[in-house]
Design a protein around this ligand. Structure first.
Ligand code: ACO
Length: 343
């Protein structure tokens, strides 16, 4: 997948993925491990979600550490150096600090120049949002090479008394390097991001949130005692919305790319729940065997889930150059999006 960022801006018609990478913390927490501190079981978690284990960050490990590791791996696959980057975009709702953004720390840890580096807070849709924004910059011709990262450290945002939600999430980071794709020659099909779209429905903000300890409800002892600084989710509402919206935005992205589901080689959907993925598969009429699935090993890593799954499938040879991949995600906001990419 090695490519060089050397194309003239006039010939740039899209952005393409030059390299992928991911990082998962070493500590693995199985369902049986969780059952020792939460009133749950491997049987319940497996049958309701498909999750068997997740990774938790070590003490002292921050989101930006995981993000920088994933970014370095993506740059290495692309055959590029940090000095080649023009921008860093990080999708995360678990930055190291409220101020400054996680991308600022990533820039510092990678040793990048004074290139723009900023966060996108679109929860599980953060990576699709980041990629869609990066695509606009590259198509516009002003920026050539962008590192897009999804990273989340949600194990520190769990309410361990809420067994329905706390068993779902894991920590990790995934990244892609995007660069220019030029006009195809000799009738070759176009490569790169063929379409991307993003949506938000703020009327559903209460279905998945951290209720307090932001500027609206500053941290007070009562909020901390009531775990209002932790993730709160109305799981059934999110589930129904996820199946409906992931299906519709995937169909929209396909239409915008002038492709049909039969043209796809792979779907990399957000890994929130195996039952959501199965229902999207049957509604799209695209076989489940062609979905890249790793929820069993990682749980829901929010904005990191798509780039982690993508990187695993690229590195183990499932996803090949020239193949067409649909990506779709939905999370808190409710925010969602999809992209069709020819690798
Ligand atoms: N272990 C054992 N039993 C449990 C557990 C648990 N961990 N959690 C709940 N139960 C019990 C409940 O108490 C309930 O028991 P009852 O029938 O006796 O009352 C029963 O299991 C069913 O509970 P439900 O909440 O109805 O379970 P459901 O089948 O809806 O599954 C789940 C819950 C997994 C959360 C599902 O709703 C879901 O996946 N929602 C979508 C999550 C999602 O997509 N998130 C995406 C975005 S995340 C982001 O953006 C950060």
């Amino acid at each position: 997948m090695t490519t060089h960022v050397s194309d003239s801006p006039a010939n740039v018609v899209a952005s393409r993925i030059l390299g992928t990478g991911h990082y998962a913390p070493a500590q693995v927490v199985t369902n049986d491990d969780l059952a020792k501190k939460v009133d749950t079981s491997d049987e319940w978690i497996t049958t309701r979600t498909g999750i068997k284990q997740r990774h938790f960050a070590a003490e002292g490990e921050a989101s930006s550490d995981m993000a920088a590791a994933a970014g370095r791996a993506a740059l290495a696959m692309a055959g590029l150096n940090v000095a080649d980057l023009d921008m860093i975009i990080v999708g995360t709702v678990t930055p190291d600090h409220p101020i400054p953004g996680c991308a600022v720390h990533v820039q510092r840890k990678l040793g990048a120049d004074d290139i723009p580096a900023f966060d996108i807070a679109a929860a599980c849709a953060g990576f699709i949002y980041g990629m869609s924004i990066a695509d606009q910059f590259i198509r516009g011709g002003s920026i050539r090479c962008i590192l897009v990262i999804g990273v989340e450290l949600l194990s520190r945002k769990m309410n361990w008394d809420d067994r329905t939600t706390c068993v779902l999430f894991g920590d990790g980071a995934g990244a892609v390097v995007l660069g220019p794709a030029t006009r195809p020659v000799d009738g070759a099909p176009p490569v790169g991001i063929l379409s991307s779209l993003i949506h938000t429905d703020g009327s559903l903000a209460g279905a998945l949130n951290i209720p307090a300890c932001g500027s609206a409800e500053p941290p007070v002892l009562e909020h901390l005692e009531n775990k209002q600084d932790k993730v709160h989710m109305v799981g059934k509402d999110v589930f129904r919305t996820a199946v409906r919206n992931l299906t519709s935005c995937s169909a929209q992205a396909l239409k915008a790319s002038t492709l049909m589901s039969s043209d796809l080689d792979w779907v990399v959907a957000h890994q929130a729940n195996m039952r959501i993925i199965s229902q999207v598969s049957s509604r799209l009429g695209f076989p489940l065997e062609k979905f890249v699935i790793n929820i069993d090993n990682y749980g829901n890593t929010s904005s990191a889930s798509i780039p982690i799954a993508l990187d695993e499938a690229v590195r183990d040879g499932r996803i090949q150059p020239g193949q067409t991949v649909l990506m779709c995600a939905l999370g808190a906001g409710i925010s969602w999006g999809a992209a069709v990419v020819r690798m």
